[in-house]
Design a protein around this ligand. Structure first.
Ligand SMILES: Cc1cc2nc3c(=O)[nH]c(=O)nc-3n(C[C@H](O)[C@H](O)[C@H](O)COP(=O)(O)OP(=O)(O)OC[C@H]3O[C@@H](n4cnc5c(N)ncnc54)[C@H](O)[C@@H]3O)c2cc1C
Length: 451
């Protein structure tokens, strides 16, 4: 099916019109060739579930390919799954968890596709231990700009493999992948929580305790300053073993049935204003509600990994102008930059409730992959007058600390920021020139950042 639609990223900041082709893998080649040969030059691009925040999954005036096959072939003895790229992690988990296998990496939502997870080389709460998604991919099949279907592994064509992992869809359309899953005995998590009154104690605790846990993440308050700057709540987690569960959970250790989502009712433009006004009160309540210290709490997979998925279309609460999710990473040595960015955000008061701090482990091999060893902070910023200037100020702080921003979240940054932050960009460009010399694959992000 093909039709014209207005699409945007999850932040809803720049909606554009595109032709959307919902196709099976076998038809991707002909759509790519037709779009590439049309002479219109507006590009063609794969789109997953549109969970990237900015303009990565859109090509204004161009063609978008949404894969509709949802095949999942899980080898329950090895945990290797062969999966169609349009399949969501939600669909994959519903098959794999009852069989005792979990996705190796999950972002904060399970409503992303396997193709989108590879193209953004997504990271999760286990990055310090397990790296990003691409490191778990054995191979994928992809359609190139020529329309040719090729099978790519880190051995068969390392250049193309690592340019596509994190390559934001600009090297071709991934149609299926082989991914190594991780074994789990149960569908529950054992969670440890600590509350900290300031940023120093919170970061020190993550540095000290992270290595003892597979998963860790912190929520930080971006509405308070002074001594309380960066106060927050850290949660660490492990997959619960069978003997850690009792009662119903113990009797059905691998049961997994995430509930259907409820929507955000009747959202209109003014809600954004009301919500901003409430961010400080909400953050205060959240902080007070968290236990000062608690260990051994049993949580479900959705509660631990995907709490926002319980509310459908929550991105609409930001009103008509939408919001930007600003995510950056700086090296371990640049801890002060985390504090300075947070201070700047608190002073300018655009921040909302959702602010996440995480320590990354070693970088993967993706040429445009975002993670590097150090600290990553994510802040949701509703679009208000003057936001652009603030974001460029934050970019300068991040860049001078040797950091970079995440392409899958970006909606504002400049080509210079990307060139300086992504040190393997030239290498990536040479692979892209080899497989797509005439720029058949394009996105609004690629045009804005002159990738
Ligand atoms: C609530 C929420 C929480 C999030 N948490 C995290 C997090 O913790 N960690 C993290 O890393 N990210 C996180 N993200 C971002 C998200 O994981 C990525 O943007 C992911 O790429 C979205 O997948 P998608 O299927 O929606 O892809 P889209 O957003 O539709 O596309 C993203 C990119 O992937 C490309 N692409 C999609 N499918 C294919 C394909 N088949 N072949 C080639 N390229 C393709 C697109 O061209 C585009 O460049 C979060 C997003 C949300 C909304």
């Amino acid at each position: 099916m093909t039709d014209s639609r207005v699409v945007s990223g999850w932040g809803r900041t720049s909606p554009v019109s595109c032709r959307v082709h919902e196709v099976v893998a076998g038809d991707v080649g002909s759509v790519v060739v037709a779009a590439g040969g049309s002479g219109a030059g507006r590009g063609v691009l794969a789109r997953g579930l549109g969970r990237s925040y900015g303009d990565a999954a859109q090509a204004s005036g161009g063609d978008l390919i949404r894969l509709v096959d949802g095949g999942i072939d899980l080898d329950v003895s090895t945990g290797v799954v062969t999966v169609d790229a349009g399949t969501s992690l939600d669909e994959l988990l519903r098959v794999s968890v009852p069989a005792g296998w979990f996705v190796p990496v999950t972002p904060g939502t399970r409503f992303v596709t396997v193709g989108g997870a590879i193209a953004a080389d997504v990271h999760g709460k286990n990055h310090h231990r397990d790296g990003s998604f691409g490191g778990w991919v054995e191979s994928f099949d992809m359609v190139l700009a020529s329309g040719e279907l090729v099978s790519v592994s880190p051995v068969s064509d390392p250049g193309l493999f690592w340019a596509t992992v994190g390559g934001m869809g600009l090297t071709g359309v991934i149609v299926s992948a082989r991914v190594r899953m991780i074994p789990v005995e149960t569908s529950r998590m054992l969670v440890s929580t600590r509350r900290f009154g300031d940023l120093d104690s919170l970061m020190a605790s993550m540095t000290e305790r992270d290595d003892a846990f597979r998963y860790s993440v912190a929520w930080v308050d971006a509405t308070v300053s002074g001594r309380r700057l960066g106060r927050g709540v850290v949660t660490w987690g492990e997959h619960a073993t069978r003997d850690a569960l009792s009662g119903r959970a113990g009797r059905e250790p691998l049961s997994y049935a995430p509930s259907q989502r409820v929507g955000v009712p009747g959202v209109v433009g003014s809600v954004g204003v009301v919500r901003r006004w409430n961010a400080a009160a909400f953050s205060e309540a959240w902080f007070r509600k968290a236990p000062v210290s608690r260990d051994g709490e049993v949580q479900s997979i959705p509660a631990f990994f995907h709490p926002l998925d319980g509310v459908a279309d929550w991105n609409r609460v930001y009103g008509r102008r939408g919001f930007v999710q600003y995510q950056f990473v700086v090296p371990d040595t640049a801890v002060d930059t985390v504090r300075q960015v947070l201070e700047r955000v608190v002073v300018s008061k655009p921040a909302d409730f959702l602010n996440v701090l995480k320590r990354f482990g070693a970088a993967g091999d993706g040429m445009l992959s975002f993670p590097m060893p150090g600290w990553t902070l994510t802040v949701d910023l509703p679009v208000v007058d003057g936001l652009g200037a603030l974001l460029h100020e934050l970019d300068d702080m991040v860049l001078s600390a040797g950091g970079r921003v995440y392409l899958a979240k970006d909606a504002h940054t400049t080509p210079a920021m990307i060139t300086a932050g992504y040190l393997r960009l030239a290498e990536w460009r040479s692979v892209r020139d080899r497989v797509d010399p005439t720029r058949v694959f394009q996105s609004d992000l690629a045009r804005r950042l002159a990738l």
